[in-house]
Design a protein around this ligand. Sequence first.
Ligand code: PLP
Length: 380
Amino acid sequence: MQERGRSEEEVRSLLQEAKRRDLSYASGRILSSMCTSPLKVASRAFCDFLETNLGDPGLFPGTRELEERAVKAIASLLGFAGAKGFIVSGGTEANITALFAAREAAKRSRPEVIVPETAHFSFEKAARMLKLRLIKAKVGEDSTVLVSDVERRITSSTVAVVGIAGNTEYGAVDDIAALSELALEHGLYLHVDAAFGGFVLPFLKELGFPAGEFDFSLRGVCSITVDPHKMGLAPVPAGCILFRDAGYLELLQVESPYLTQPRQCTLLGTRSGASAAAVFAALTFLGKEGYRRVVERCMQVTLHLREGLLSLGMRVHEPWMNILVFDHPQREALAGELRARGWAISRTRRGEIRLVIMPHVKKEHAEQFLRDVEEAAEVL
Ligand SMILES: Cc1ncc(COP(=O)(O)O)c(C=O)c1O
């Protein structure tokens, strides 16, 4: 660190110089991210609550109430307003928290958790931290987990089964209803990772798109991860973990002497009240009607892209939600050409090109993208 501080202008100019090198969602060129520009009202709320710390909630009872109200609103969206939980830093923390609770509840000497092989890498982290053996169940052609394979892998050491409602690569939704039945039959904990799908599926259904059950309306579902910093349009960091039964939270608690609350259940100690305020602001500002409109627009752009890519002769996976995967015989070269033209795209593990159509991707961006795909395919 330098000895003497610099002026505020100098600091700001250093920051701006760094920021100029970043991509921006507003350019419409980021087609690889599950995050987007947060709503203005949520960003303002975040700034207004910067100094709050929900690790010491007795100091910030107003902020704590905003968190409770935000959690309750998300819980009611996901089928059970009585579910309990917290605003956390994101899907990774939420998934770790869920598996931690499942492990504590089951108390097995060699605990195992069964996840679909498509599960997000946060489960690898959770398994290593929690000393859980990660058992990967096979998925079918449509990239949803084969429930028969999950069942085959259940042993006396299984402490949890995980289903995904909107997987990272394809947006595919596992048959959570069947997993719920399986969990009930075997007395197992079922966690649903709806980090992306939690703010999409409830609205898709209302818009008339096919969308299966995935939430607490299914009796076997014990916990759900959902990320407000993805399709919830809140600023990063904002995830949410919800438990059907508050008893699971008690399993996580430790004494927190010298703070305003005697026990703490969250993984983090000091944690941002700004995130909770921002999530509350986003939910309150948009309401269900606003989120439905956001999802509708994303789906319109997704379907427009799908049509365009099909007419260019690409092999396109049928989208489950606003994630579009397509392929070309020279996929490597095509991906390179698109990146060279300034598009941030990602690839699936199988190598296909993957696009996430977030609200910052407008129809005009989609049209430019299609023109570039056409040109790029011609020069291959
Ligand atoms: C299905 C799913 N679960 C969990 C995560 C992890 O979320 P985060 O990056 O917010 O920790 C992601 C992130 O893409 C995801 O797609």
